[in-house]
Unconditional design. Sequence first.
Length: 152
Amino acid sequence: MNETKLSKKMPSFIPCMVLIVAMALFTTGCNGSTAKDTPSGAETEVNIQTEGSVLGEGNTVFAFTVVDKDGNETPFEIHTDKETVGEALMELELIAGEDSEYGLYVKTVNGITADYDKDGVYWAFYINGEYALTGVDSTKITEGESYSFKVE
């Protein structure tokens, strides 16, 4: 008799264990967050492009890199027919900001917001690894040059 009770319980035990394991794996893979605040106050949003993305269409090609507050670099290859770096990056929704008396004040790059007024950090624009003397919206694209934004 004891053997009969065991054989009846075993078929329901196995699916229960499989279900428990599946639920555990599913819940560990889903944290449900779409935005994340970083310690510096820079907010990470959903529209982040992945590393090595080739973006846009056009005859002019340039390298663009985003360097976040932790020093993580995300490189892109940008294709465009726009004249300035700012126009090309705005068209691809890689940058966003506000117009100011000095030009475009970039607050968001690749979905990461850095607002000096709020966080004490800002996006610095670089050309060929050197701090740019022109704003992104007034910098003409020169093929072969590389452009980047870094949180500082």
